[in-house]
Design a protein around this ligand. Structure first.
Ligand code: GDP
Length: 322
């Protein structure tokens, strides 16, 4: 092995990994930026870096969702501050496919969480811009791995609560929290049944605005969750009340999260998530390798044929594989 001259990038990568494992923010931020890059040489380097990270243990990955205005950023700031003050290291990430298309970002504005942004125990990363939902979700998974390697033990992953990003986030988190409002029906809140089914904990936020309505909403949610949950489910989803503004209910939510972690075999859940991640990475790697030998003009021609209805999609792919 000593005969092999080291590649010029290696010593740099090693010290970068060391800085990252030591919890240095700059190293972490740079590593996340690298994994978000779509340049082929950056992709290779990102994979080299990620391959050096040990598997994180003992962290909690929490997905949070709810319609715009429900109070997600206020809630995440309140929960994040509560945890940071307890001595946890908290990382806040966002998955926002709409920002991927528009270039804006739900997390772009750091003033949304002014206190948490400056807390030494917190790290806030805006949603990556550019790319497809799949791409944004993949990079979020890698960002989770990087944050955990840097010592962050609570990951709060926010989604906008209106699209498909929830399914992606549920597939990379330990538990999923849905925020709702005291004074609106399900339709008004835009809650899709599918999102309710993903929720391990529902929280009626803004309980301070109308405490009675909040109790009613909590009872309704509890009934809905009972109906949605199979009898043999390992966890009965909870309905809680909170106020992100006053901090009421934040400690109760955290206690529920800890109950969840104590009761469920997170190891098994994570292993199956990791297996899915492996499948995704493999598909991507296979596609990259396949693409290199591909006649892109022929691909474009066949795609136009399919688009024009002259051949079927199946025929187009069959022609390409020949
Ligand atoms: P997001 O769009 O889901 O991120 O919602 P925001 O966190 O930006 O909150 C929307 C508005 O609701 C802001 O004006 C917040 O101050 C307010 N808000 C959030 N949580 C609460 C709460 O628990 N009680 C009250 N009264 N207002 C809240």
């Amino acid at each position: 092995m000593g005969a092999m001259p080291p590649s010029s990038a290696e010593p740099d990568l090693a010290s970068w990994v060391a800085a990252l494992l030591g919890g240095q923010r700059r190293a972490l931020a740079k590593a996340i930026t690298l994994t978000e890059s779509t340049r082929p040489d950056d992709e290779v380097r990102a994979q080299q870096l990620l391959a050096q990270l040990p598997e994180a243990r003992g962290s909690i990955r929490l997905g949070l969702t709810g319609v715009p205005g429900v109070g997600k950023s206020t809630f995440i700031e309140a929960l994040g501050m509560f945890l940071a003050e307890l001595g946890h290291k908290v990382a806040v990430l966002a998955v926002d496919p709409s920002s991927a298309r528009t270039g804006g970002s739900i997390m772009g504005d750091k003033t949304r969480m002014p206190r948490l942004t400056v807390h030494p125990n917190a790290f806030i990363r805006p949603s990556p811009s550019g790319g497809t939902l799949g791409g944004v979700a993949r990079r979020t998974r890698e960002t989770i791995a990087l944050c955990e390697a840097a010592g962050y033990d609570v990951l709060l992953i926010e989604t906008v609560g209106v699209g498909q990003s929830e399914t992606h986030v549920a597939a990379m988190t330990d538990l999923f929290v849905l925020l709702t409002l005291p004074n609106a029906g399900d339709e008004l809140q835009g809650i899709k049944r599918g999102i309710m089914e993903l929720a391990d904990i529902c929280v009626v936020n803004k309980a301070d605005t109308d405490p009675k309505a909040a109790i009613r909403a909590q009872t309704e949610l509890r009934t809905a969750l009972t109906l949605l949950t199979p009898h043999d489910a390992p966890w009965r989803p909870l309905a809680l009340r909170a106020s992100a503004l006053t901090g009421e209910g934040i400690a109760e939510l955290w206690a529920a999260v800890q109950d969840y972690v104590a009761q469920l075999d997170l190891g098994a859940k994570r292993r199956s998530q990791t297996a899915l991640w492996f499948d995704e990475l493999l598909r991507e790697a296979a596609w990259r390798a396949f693409r290199e030998g591909l006649d892109m003009r022929e691909l474009a021609r066949l795609r136009a044929e399919v688009d024009g209805g002259r051949i079927t999609a199946v025929q187009g792919v069959a022609a390409l594989m020949k």
